[in-house]
Design a protein around this ligand. Structure first.
Ligand code: P1T
Length: 384
């Protein structure tokens, strides 16, 4: 076993959790396409009994993601929502959760439509100033769930400040690190208890897998989450695990280009006459730019804009791209444009989403790793 702890990020991305296959020397972890494992006598096996619980391809992947977040544990799920669901299942009727007012629409939908009916209360709070949290804390509060940068308005939430409040009040702090990826931000190091990733996005990186992950250090939380993981069964298959192992090997290189292209696109759009407003944490006038600088290594490849024009004009522009594809999701090598109000965030009531800026003229760009000249040219023609 290689000692990966001393390696830098890019070396970990390629090597952590990876060992040559002992039977053949294959450098890539095989796809263990099996549902079960033969036992010599009951309970006498090689550490693998049934593939919902454990699969060697998945184990190799979980070790890799854990290394990238400097976490003791990682559990992979069959989707990002599967991972969110497992964390929510730590709660009991009567418990309360404080979370942000700008969240991925699917997370909002799960909280309000699946878990609220079970008697769990969610407070959707403006977390740009973490002091706002304290007014909502009472003896029932168990979980502080934050996304940063938020989807889609790129709010930056101060993870360290949230962790101070969470520790003081005995709350679990969970951070959805999907938009940043472990290349840009490591919430456990800033005091979080649980990191959640939609692995579908930057970690997978090639728009060919749906997967989620949780990373953590606490033995007792791990025990509870591993129990939910196996009992509820939202575990990913070996083929998808293999694809993500393969994707992760270039995470650091892809992220550098996502950040470079993201910056160029944001700078181009900022002064464009068709753009009313732009959300990108790298601008010095972004409300929490200083916190982004403190807790992220760079500003990522996600940029949202408000178009000068109505919904029809915004639809016209969204349908006019040649390099950017109009699609949900983000974090893949190819550039995407998304209309949150009718696509990723359609499940949030209009007044609620509009309060935080998810208006009908908002477009969200996931800036890919194509040549920047082609991306800027595409933006120019689509906006003209
Ligand atoms: O799609 P899935 O892998 O289940 O992940 C859900 C999820 C969780 N958290 C964040 C911040 C996300 O962005 C997502 C998925 N988001 C999209 C599909 C999207 O286009 O925003």
């Amino acid at each position: 076993m290689k000692d990966v702890t001393k390696f830098k990020f890019g070396t970990k991305a390629i090597h952590a959790g990876q060992e040559p296959d002992p039977t053949t020397g294959a450098i890539m972890t095989p796809i263990f396409q099996t549902s079960t494992y033969v036992q010599k006598s009951p309970g006498n096996h090689k550490g693998y009994a049934y593939a919902r619980g454990k699969n060697p391809t998945r184990t190799a992947l979980e070790k890799n993601i854990a290394a990238l977040e400097d976490a003791k544990y990682c559990l992979c799920f069959s989707s990002g929502m599967g991972a969110v669901d497992a964390v929510a299942k730590l709660l009991r009727p009567g418990d309360e959760v404080i979370t942000g007012n700008d969240l991925y629409g699917g997370t909002y939908r799960m909280f309000t439509k699946v878990f609220e009916p079970f008697g769990i209360k969610f407070h959707f709070v403006d977390l740009k100033n973490p002091e706002n949290i304290t007014a909502y804390i009472n003896k029932n509060t168990k979980l502080l769930w934050i996304e940063t940068p938020t989807n889609p308005t790129m709010q930056i939430i101060d993870i360290e400040a949230c962790s101070v409040i969470a520790k003081k009040n005995n709350l679990i702090l969970a951070v959805d690190n999907t938009f940043a990826s472990p290349f840009l931000q490591n919430p456990l190091a800033l005091g979080a208890d649980i990191i959640m990733h939609s692995v579908t996005k930057y970690l997978g990186g090639h728009s060919d897998v749906i997967m989620g992950a949780l990373c953590l250090n606490s033995d007792s939380l791990y025990e509870q989450l591993a129990f939910i993981h196996n009992s509820c069964g939202a575990t990913p298959g070996p083929m998808d695990s293999f694809l993500v192992i393969r994707g992760l090997k270039t995470l650091h290189i892809r992220m550098e280009r996502h950040c470079y292209n993201g910056r160029k696109v944001a700078e181009y759009l900022k002064s464009h006459p068709k753009i009313e407003k732009i959300y990108w944490p790298g601008f010095i006038d972004h409300p929490n730019h200083e916190i982004a600088k403190k807790q992220m290594h760079d500003f990522g490849g996600m940029v949202s804009v408000v178009i000068k024009g109505d919904k029809e004009e915004t639809f016209r522009i969204a349908s006019n791209f040649q390099v950017f594809s109009l699609a949900e999701s983000l974090g893949g090598v190819e550039s995407l444009v998304n209309h949150p109000a009718t696509m990723t965030h359609a499940s949030i009531p209009k007044e609620e989403r509009e309060r935080v800026g998810v208006v009908d003229s908002l477009l969200r760009f996931s800036v890919g790793i194509e040549h920047i000249d082609d991306l800027l040219e595409d933006l120019k023609q689509a906006l003209s």
